[in-house]
Design a protein around this ligand. Structure first.
Ligand SMILES: Cc1cc2nc3c(=O)[nH]c(=O)nc-3n(C[C@H](O)[C@H](O)[C@H](O)COP(=O)(O)OP(=O)(O)OC[C@H]3O[C@@H](n4cnc5c(N)ncnc54)[C@H](O)[C@@H]3O)c2cc1C
Length: 520
């Protein structure tokens, strides 16, 4: 994928696109894959980088959602479990099977969670990841060596999926491009145009790199901007009633010693009635999350002090070595695109189902859902969009469509496993220039070859794109990421022809951002 080629396609396009998608997160990129693979002519515009919004900030689980089972939402759980199975089938290089242990400290927990998790696995049917099992105290400790032993009776283990959210997103963008979609990052939609009949017939967009303005015509415009959906709806109708009830969730990342295991911990009931996870992720321990209603979404949401304290306290209730603020390597925050229920319910109780909504202007907004169900959400959205735009009916093919990088045994690529089949080409970069094979920081595995690869082939445009979303340095260890920034900028300057002042300003911009992921 090259941004210059994508822009040339936008500028040379004749007539209306079948579909223009606003937003380059899981929802928008999933729609681009679905629409292009059906043969529709689709353009996607993202105001910042792909995945800058919530889709880089998830808990990294491909899951049915044990909590929704408890809420009695069987249909949602079954759908998500099926999608979990399809995603592992179509992107085996990115989705792995992870054991989750629910530790039991009260007598009633083993039968209660044991039965619930049996049902959870049964609902997956042929898409199951493995049967749940009761564990003795010793078996629980063998799986979770760092857990508190006082009062520990045993545990229940069940299996769910884990992934790297923005690696999948970039691979989906590449899949969409291979299927014929045009996708542009740093292209903000600033307005919607209407035809003489009053219906939306296109968008006004601005290239955030050059300031160039584009008017783009479309048979249907799809608003896939997640928590930002209402602001785009209000470009069409200033008085559009808000649909969204955004809520934020934070994660804290620690070194691997806090978990020291291949299994994750699942706490089904925190003191605020939520589920909390501590999971091994890219050689670190990731703990989250919270659910705090917010007034307005922003691209860089900030953690609240009480959210940090809550996660530290809850982790300390389960781990022998209680983590402190000084142990936090990174804190990141995401905003849930929850849809209002109208009765003032807590956001934790609001539906995780997706919602497809048409405004009177014909703008289609698709939001809610979760990463795990992006494919199904895209299928429903494209069905509705094609009907509305009177496009020829074409069947969805994504249930069996391999995602870019598909490789059944990618673990053979070691630290490059998440790139799947692309790992070979990255190894070639190192073969040609061996100095690029050296990790850029002692604490993380990322090399110069990955920087070069992301810049040449994955539309990385800034140091942040490389350190936050092409690699996961910022999310794993914000100080290490900050230390890597000058070398990343130097390599990108060579690839993109930056002058020294651009190179320096990239480092400053990234350092400022990275400080927001560190806590004192
Ligand atoms: C804390 C947390 C943990 C989660 N954990 C999980 C999990 O473990 N598993 C799971 O399945 N799901 C999880 N989810 C849910 C999942 O992450 C989201 O449902 C999903 O990422 C939403 O994707 P999206 O594309 O709708 O929104 P986003 O990723 O936010 O994308 C919307 C995009 O629209 C762009 N945009 C906005 N305005 C404009 C404009 N005017 N022009 C162009 N572009 C624009 C934004 O820049 C943004 O990139 C979690 C969510 C949160 C908040």
């Amino acid at each position: 994928m090259r941004r210059a080629d994508m822009i040339a396609r936008v500028e040379q396009h004749h007539g209306p696109w079948d579909m223009v998608v606003i937003g380059g997160g899981a929802t928008g990129v999933g729609i681009a894959v679905d629409a292009a693979s059906r043969g529709y002519d689709v353009l996607l515009l993202e105001q910042h980088d792909f995945g800058k919004g919530t889709s880089s900030r998830s808990t990294k689980l491909v899951h049915g959602g044990v909590r929704y089972l408890e809420q009695g939402n069987i249909a949602l759980v079954m759908e998500a479990l099926k999608e979990r199975g399809l995603l592992r089938q179509n992107a085996p290089h990115l989705v792995s099977n992870l054991a989750f242990v629910v530790p039991n400290y009260d007598w009633w927990e083993a039968p209660f969670y044991g039965l619930g998790l049996k049902i959870y696995n049964a609902l997956a049917g042929k898409y199951g990841f493995g049967p749940s099992e009761m564990l003795t105290r010793d078996e629980t400790l063998a799986r979770l060596p760092t857990i508190k032993t006082d009062g520990l009776r045993g545990g229940v283990v069940y299996y769910d999926g884990q992934f790297d959210d923005t690696r999948l997103l970039i691979n989906l963008a590449e899949t969409a491009a291979e299927q014929g979609a045009t996708l542009v990052n740093y292209a903000r939609v600033t307005g919607l145009t209407k035809g003489t009949d009053g219906f939306i017939d296109g968008v006004l967009a601005s290239d955030q790199e050059t300031g160039q303005a584009w008017t783009v015509r479309a048979r249907v415009v799809i608003n896939a901007t997640g928590a930002f959906s209402d602001s785009v709806r209000q470009l069409a109708e200033r008085d559009a009633q808000p649909l969204m009830a955004p809520s934020q969730g934070i994660h804290l990342v620690f070194n691997s010693s806090f978990l020291a295991a291949d299994s994750a911990i699942m706490v089904p009931h925190t003191s605020d009635g939520r589920v909390m996870f501590a999971i091994p992720w890219h050689g670190h321990t990731l703990v989250g999350t919270t659910d705090t209603p917010i007034a307005e979404p922003t691209l860089e949401p900030r953690p609240l002090e009480e959210e940090i304290a809550f996660i530290l306290e809850t982790a300390g209730q389960y781990l022998r070595k209680a983590p402190t603020r000084a142990d936090v390597l990174s804190v990141f925050v995401g905003i849930r695109p929850l849809v209002k229920s109208g009765d003032g319910k807590l956001t934790a109780a609001l539906s995780r189902d997706h919602t497809i909504h048409f405004d009177a202007s014909g703008l289609l907004t698709t939001t809610g859902g979760k990463w795990t169900t992006y494919r199904n959400m895209a299928e429903h959205t494209v069905d509705q969009a094609a009907d509305f735009a009177r496009l020829a009916e074409r069947p969805c093919v994504t249930r069996t469509l391999n995602i870019h990088g598909f490789h059944s045994n990618a673990e053979r690529f070691g630290a490059l496993e998440v790139y799947g089949a692309d790992a070979l080409a990255i190894q070639d970069v190192t073969r040609q220039t061996p100095s690029l094979g050296v990790p850029l920081h002692d604490a993380l595995p990322y090399t110069g070859a990955e920087v070069v690869w992301a810049t040449r082939h994955e539309m990385a445009r800034t140091v942040e794109d490389v350190l936050a979303r092409r690699t996961r340095a910022l999310f794993l260890n914000a100080r290490a990421a900050e230390a890597m920034a000058p070398e990343v900028a130097r390599l990108m300057a060579i690839e993109l022809g930056w002058d020294s002042s651009r190179e320096a300003s990239e480092v400053i911009a990234f350092s400022t951002l990275a400080r927001g992921y560190q806590i004192a």
